[in-house]
Design a protein around this ligand. Structure first.
Ligand code: ATP
Ligand code: MG
Length: 183
């Protein structure tokens, strides 16, 4: 499942509607310090279900909303959309009837966030599972934070096993088993 487009509105420093096309192959993001490169990667993690604001370098979830800057006032809403190529029909059955899927997450101040897939409201869990099955997601080992290699080397065996399971694409299965056991 390939990413085709990332769309941001009011997310961190991206006050205005901004769209990035993600072409096949390697993509580099370059720019001066503070221009928003890390914010871009955080937007990707956020739309895939990141629920720890600390991992977003924030002190609360509302901090991902554009806080004002320059001559622009703060916004009250942030939205990130990620368009996926589903032509291989690899998405879970509930979403598997279209060639492209747009996953969006929208947050309003003090209202929490809402996820949608192609406009239909879904649970955070559904979005997390969608990406976990595709061996990616907010906590995916495909996204390597600064300092993370050292953390993995120094981690306890259980934590290291989780990283390997996510890399192997079976994290979604464990998550479903856990959900089934709770029922
Ligand atoms: P570096 O090269 O130093 O790593 P970078 O390109 O990764 O820089 P980011 O860390 O993505 O830059 O962006 C930091 C900028 O984003 C700062 O100027 C900060 O003020 C701004 N920023 C972060 N959160 C918000 C917010 N909620 N509203 C407005 N601006 C924000
Ligand atoms: Mg950075």
């Amino acid at each position: 499942m390939h990413f085709l487009r990332l769309r941001l509105l009011g997310f961190k420093s991206f006050c205005e509607h901004t769209e990035f096309l993600i072409e096949p192959g390697l993509t580099g993001v370059v720019g001066p310090n503070g221009c928003g490169k890390s914010n871009l990667v955080e937007a990707l993690r956020w739309v895939m279900g990141e629920n720890s604001f600390k991992n977003m370098r924030a002190t609360g979830m509302d901090d991902v909303i554009f806080a004002g800057g320059g001559s622009r006032p703060a916004r009250n809403v942030a939205e990130v959309g990620l368009v996926l190529d589903n032509s291989q029909r690899s998405a879970p059955a509930a979403f598997n009837d279209e060639d492209t899927l747009e996953v969006t997450r929208r947050i309003e101040r003090e209202q929490g966030s809402v996820y949608r897939v192609n406009g239909r409201e879904v649970r955070a869990k559904d979005v997390q599972l969608l990406f976990a099955d595709a061996s990616t997601g907010a906590r995916s080992p495909a996204l390597v934070r600064q300092g993370q290699i050292g953390e993995i080397i120094g981690a306890k065996p259980q934590a290291r096993r989780r990283v390997l399971e996510e890399a192997a694409g079976i994290a979604g299965l464990h998550s479903r088993r856990h959900e089934a056991e709770l029922r």
